[in-house]
Design a protein around this ligand. Structure first.
Ligand code: UN1
Length: 477
């Protein structure tokens, strides 16, 4: 089997291949991927540092052309890359192709942003002086990505980093090196000068740690667990480095008595269980008012019965496998905890066997949960959601906000008054009205509040905030 190498200083290097395993069929090896050492990470950082002066002054047309070429190739290869994604992560093929298209759109968007770089010119408060405000790249950026969006999240960090003139050291999640390798290969062939983008696949404890310890990274953008995010934060403060964190969620979806039942059920099924519930934007707390509670539970349970859990590549699969054994153990532990805490298991809860050995779990719905239970407070990151019964809108809003997290929040209602009030009073970074809490656009800001996020927003033109630093220049006329 061919070994996929790391890209360091423009050269494909490395050994110590690890097997990338298909969670739909653990007998299947998706590919062999090199593992970087701490020294490799240091070499990659040095290469990115050496490449920064030239890249930071590169022409916007060069950046535009490389990002555009990358977008075009990803789009042209969407079926093949989507299949790779489905095989390494376990998302269904349509979801995986959708994510691949999203990655292409992100590169396309930032190809355009490269041509729209702008500043401001203001008069000074003092006579005969002009003030210019410009944005400059920050330097070498460390990019650390999670396993659940193997192509979209690398795209939404790499594309703006390069667009604004930064150089990159990129460490993808160990579980899903395939799509990351593929987009680095595409960018490399699209003409990036050597050292501008370096790929260091490998362990967080080795490669990630070497990145955190480096005095030469000007910024780290991280998506992953809250625990690791805190380590990124403290190491970054130590090095006086910019950092941007996207971490967990425990996203509420409020369903009010006046909701359109079909909209509410479709939204809850989508954001609770699609992508195997492995999205930081998933709805895991369904907060439902008394008048619609029983109807909603009955309709959602009926819907869950129709969802097919199977091999990610099989036509007709709605929910693919859980990503690996460890995540499956976490999910089943939380299901046991939910039962012990006294929530009622309304649907699912069992692991299942399919033709091939894989990590299959039924979509699982608890009812009669309270917001104080661990299953309502801690992020599970699996196809597990709980229904919490509340009296009215006021209690629903208070319950929705009563969480350490604040990424995304949804409401299903036909009341303009409640929708408007919820949009203003939800303590989440993103609010969805009559829509799933997951599944976001690529051209608008993405991010949360409280323990979910730290730093400025990702995506859209707001990404400039992290990937650039502002300069204010005064000139005597
Ligand atoms: C989405 O819901 O479309 O890790 C994106 C995650 C998020 C991305 C969610 N950063 O799940």
């Amino acid at each position: 089997m061919t070994l996929h190498h790391n890209l360091i200083a423009g050269e494909w290097v490395g050994s110590n291949g690890v097997e990338n395993i298909n969670p739909s069929n653990t007998n299947e090896i998706v590919g062999l991927y090199a593992t970087a050492s701490a020294d490799d990470a240091k070499t990659a950082i040095a290469a990115a540092k050496a490449a920064f002066p030239a890249w930071s002054r590169s022409g916007i047309l060069e950046r535009h052309a490389i990002l555009k070429k990358t977008a075009d190739e990803i789009l042209a290869r969407k079926d093949e890359l989507g299949k790779l994604l489905a095989r390494e992560e376990g998302k269904t093929l349509p979801e995986a192709i959708g994510e691949t298209i999203r990655a292409a759109q992100i590169f396309d968007f930032f190809a355009g942003e490269a041509l729209r770089l702008a500043g401001e010119v203001l008069p000074s408060v003092r006579p005969n002086i002009g003030v210019e405000i410009t944005r400059e790249p920050i330097g070498v950026i460390g990019i650390i990505t999670p396993w659940n969006f193997p192509i979209a999240i690398p795209a939404w960090k790499i594309a703006p980093a390069l667009c604004y003139g930064n150089t990159v050291v990129f460490k993808p999640a160990e579980l899903v090196p395939g799509c990351s390798w593929a987009i680095v290969d595409i960018l490399h062939r699209a003409g990036l000068p050597k050292g501008v983008l370096n790929l260091v696949m490998g362990k967080g404890s080795v490669v990630g740690q070497a990145m955190l310890d480096s005095p030469d990274l000007a910024g780290i953008t991280f998506t992953g667990s809250t625990g690791t995010g805190k380590r990124v934060a403290s190491a970054s403060i130590e090095h006086n480095r910019k950092f941007q964190l996207e971490m967990g969620g425990k996203n509420p979806m409020v369903v009010l008595d006046d909701a359109d039942l079909t909209v509410a059920v479709e939204s809850a099924a989508n954001s609770g269980f699609f992508s195997t519930g492995q999205r930081c934007t998933a709805s895991s707390r369904l907060i439902v008012t008394e008048g619609i509670h029983d109807k909603f539970v009955a309709a959602l349970t009926e819907k869950l019965k129709t969802l097919v859990v199977d091999d990610a590549l099989k036509a007709g699969t709605h929910i693919g496998p859980v990503v690996d054994e460890r995540q499956l153990a976490t999910d089943t532990d939380y299901i046991a905890i939910g039962k012990q805490e006294g929530a009622k298991l309304a649907f699912g809860g069992e692991t299942i066997q399919r033709d091939n050995p894989g990590f299959y779990l039924q979509p699982t719905l608890f009812t009669e949960a309270t917001n104080q239970m661990r299953i309502s407070r801690e992020e599970i990151f699996g196809p597990v959601a709980s229904v919490i019964r509340v009296k009215d809108y006021e209690e629903a809003l208070a319950t929705a906000n009563d969480t350490p997290f604040g990424l995304s929040a949804g409401i299903a209602t036909t009341s303009l008054k409640h929708a408007t009030h919820f949009k203003r009073n939800s303590e989440a970074g993103m609010v969805m009205v009559n829509l799933p809490t997951a599944g976001v656009d690529f051209h608008v800001p993405f991010g949360g509040r409280k323990a979910s996020s730290f730093g400025s927003r990702e995506q859209g033109k707001y990404a400039a905030e992290f990937f650039t630093v502002v300069k204010t220049a005064y000139t005597l006329a």
